[in-house]
Design a binder for this molecule. Sequence first.
Ligand code: ADP
Length: 238
Amino acid sequence: REKDLLQAKKLASVGTLVSGVAHELNNPLNNISLTAEMLVDEWKDLSVEEREEMLSDIIEEARRASTVVKNLLDFSRSKLKDADESLDIQEVVKSSLKLVRNQLMISNIQLITEFKKDIPKIKGNYDNLKQVFINLFLNAIQAMPEGGYLKISTKETELNGKRYVEVAVEDSGVGMPPDVLDRIFDPFFSTKPVGKGTGLGLSIVYGIVKKHGGKIRVETEKNKGTTFFVYFPCEEDA
Ligand code: ADP
């Protein structure tokens, strides 16, 4: 079954960001205060080992809270630059691919590319766009722990009478159930274990694509794979 999501209506709002951070910080802080209270109340009845274990728990949870704050700071610093360079998106894709080539090999993932000879230029920021593709590639790689293929293709297409360059990033990975798909662009939403995912990758992708006047569409099927389609207005039409 195919699930299609038009992202136009979805906005990574300040509200979801705040509730995401609040939730992510609340858990470790609660654990810290509960454990500290127990230590104080039951100090005399606890063995040295029990005390040490509880103190280690406190340290670990404090580290977890710091990581959340660090990620949030990185996120807020990832300033969107002006989308004002005339770019061949295929060049951006190629240079992003170079950075994940090793991971593809290690993970036993076959790379398939279908680039076009002549693709219209788009107006954009090279570094920000590279970030978009790196994030999409890394997610694809993480979705294929047993290997598979990553297919990148480009084409010119029309949406509502406007010309766009489409980049499709297809993986043969785990896919997503509908309830996950609904939330992937929310800041801090992640299905990955703590430490592996920040839940900010696709929020960043979304922000950058929006800034470029672009669109994102996702097709996914559980245990089959996922394709992210990103669209950027052709320069003359922008
Ligand atoms: P993170 O990768 O840190 O979890 P993202 O915002 O990049 O944060 O992604 C959010 C979630 O979207 C992931 O945790 C995962 O569940 C899902 N996701 C993203 N890309 C893919 C993909 N290519 N295949 C399957 N699931 C994906």
